[in-house]
Design a protein around this ligand. Structure first.
Ligand code: G3P
Ligand code: MG
Length: 370
């Protein structure tokens, strides 16, 4: 069974191996529930599982090692990223001790898939920690260059480089089918994950965006600019929240608008944007239809968003409206006693295990002893 599971995970075809379907649903056009888990600050903090996270996830499976036996459809809805969904699924599986499939991962950059047709042949600059080029190539973008590789084409573009005793060593000509040529303009910039070298990246982005896509040349039309998310802060290992992609966006925008004649034009994805929650609903429905193949075209009676950040997770669920129900944990950005002042969750709990126990009780689902 484990072998089949691994084969299914590699090919991403859960449907082929899940012949028996799930064991929870009755034949009804409406699925009773689905769950979207935030990752940083709910399940993981600083690369380590948060207490109760593994136990909470195990409750969603008849057998946690077998993704065919999911009891409750669930996805992982994060503003983070930097690696393809398939890689993140394997990382999380090993960290949290349950089998997680690539189609259960909705990363900050996952919506970039929807722009593929528009930019498939365009020259794309991909920025951020991890493997931004590999991510974009996995979505079908053909001409992608990483910031690390790009700056090598422009002598002296970063005057501070000689003072840097470190290297981001990020995604340079690694696993990418990169056919980028330095004498072509950049058509679009994608900030895929948290930028590592803010100073260099802001400098080079100002150059690219002001010059019509070719640093060193005179002013031109701004290339397209997309951010995977807009979190001002997120919870990592340090006790106080860290600056996120939204903070980088503010820094870039402020500087760009100070030196450019026209204001910066950009689009940000990620929570709390409503299309991200709609995309999650579709992902959950597909999962539910695989778990229970005889029920088609249904929707959910209740969808839970379990998050730690009132400004992304809770606001997003509120904006998406029914059937979303927001649960705020105290294991990440939110550390208050009661509820958040501005964006009140439907329920506040100590941690994700308490959230899952609440959901199971609400829906009269038996707690399992794995
Ligand atoms: O970089 C990760 C951060 O932006 C938020 O991740 O899982 O809390 O949405 P998450
Ligand atoms: Mg979070």
């Amino acid at each position: 069974m484990l072998k089949n599971t691994r084969t299914a995970m590699r090919s991403g075809t859960l449907q082929r191996v899940c012949k028996n379907g799930g064991r929870l649903f009755h034949s009804s056009a409406r699925y009773p529930l689905g769950i979207a888990f935030d990752i940083d600050g709910v399940l993981v903090r600083g690369g380590q599982p948060i207490e109760g996270a593994c136990k909470a996830l195990q409750q969603l499976f008849v057998d946690p090692q077998d993704p065919c036996q999911i009891r409750i459809p669930h996805i992982f809805l994060t503003n983070g990223g930097g690696v393809p969904e398939s890689v993140k699924a394997l990382e999380l599986s090993s960290l949290l001790g349950v089998k997680i499939l690539p189609q259960q991962l909705f990363l900050g950059h996952t919506p970039f898939k929807t722009l593929k047709d528009r930019f498939e042949s365009a020259n794309v600059l991909a920025i951020g920690k991890g493997e931004p080029c590999t991510v974009m190539s996995s979505y079908g973008y053909r001409n992608v260059v990483s910031m690390e590789e790009y700056v090598e084409h422009f002598k002296d573009i970063d005057p501070l480089a000689k003072y840097k005793k470190w290297s981001t060593n990020n995604d340079i000509r690694k696993n990418t089918k990169n056919v980028y040529s330095s004498n072509k303009a950049i058509d679009a910039v994608f900030v895929v994950s948290d930028p590592v070298d803010w100073g260099r990246d802001i400098q080079v982005l100002c150059d690219v965006l002001r010059s019509g896509g070719y640093p060193g040349r005179s002013a031109g039309n701004q290339p397209y600019l997309y951010f995977a998310a807009d979190d001002l802060e997120y919870q990592a290992a340090f006790p106080v929240e860290r600056l996120g992609m939204g903070a980088f966006r503010i820094a870039l925008e402020s500087i760009y608008n100070g030196i450019s004649k026209t204001p910066l034009v950009y689009t940000s994805f990620g929570k709390p944007s409503v299309p991200v929650f709609r995309g999650s609903e579709i992902a959950l429905l597909k999962l539910a239809e695989i778990v229970k193949p005889d029920v088609k075209h249904g929707n959910f009676a209740r969808l839970y968003m379990i998050g730690d950040n009132p400004y992304t997770d809770i606001l997003g669920a509120k904006q998406a409206g029914a059937p979303w129900f927001s649960i705020l944990t105290r294991t990440g950005c939110f550390k208050g006693e009661d509820n958040h002042d501005q964006y009140k969750a439907d329920l506040v709990v100590d941690d994700v295990l308490e959230a899952v126990q609440y959901i199971m009780k609400e829906h009269k689902i038996e707690l399992l002893q794995h």
